[in-house]
Every structure is written in C-alpha cells, then in structure tokens.
Design a protein around this ligand. Structure first.
Ligand code: ZN
Length: 64
C-alpha cells in the first residue's frame, strides 16, 4: 500500500515538473530577459525575439 502511494506521488510530481518547464530567454541583440515556457520557447526559436525580432538559438535559453 505504501509502495503504491509513493509511486503515484512520484508520477504526479514528475508530471507536474514536466508541465511547468520554464526557461529564461536572454536576447543576444536587445538584451531583453523573458521567462518563457516550452511553446513560447519553440515559437521564439522559429520566429525570433518577440521584442526586436533578432534570430536566436537554443543557447540563449537557460533552463530554470
Ligand atoms: Zn531582442
């Protein structure tokens, strides 16, 4: 019983942690720092900095 409860709790924590993935984006051009989640990170990689439009790469995102 304890084993099962612990497993469920672990799975829940794991799921929540994945769901809350956040990155800090620092624009190499305008220097703007923005906290972003995974979808916004993907969009920024595709379309550039939301502030100035500079093209960015994965190295400009720090995992939080
Ligand atoms: Zn920028």
């Amino acid at each position: 019983m304890v084993e099962t409860t612990t497993s469920v709790l672990r799975a829940t924590l794991y799921k929540n942690t994945r769901g809350m993935s956040k990155y800090e984006f620092t624009c190499p051009d305008c220097g703007q720092q923005i906290e972003v989640n995974t979808p916004v990170r993907e969009a920024t990689l595709s379309h550039g900095c939301p502030v100035c439009g500079a093209s960015v790469s994965q190295e400009h995102f720090a995992r939080q």
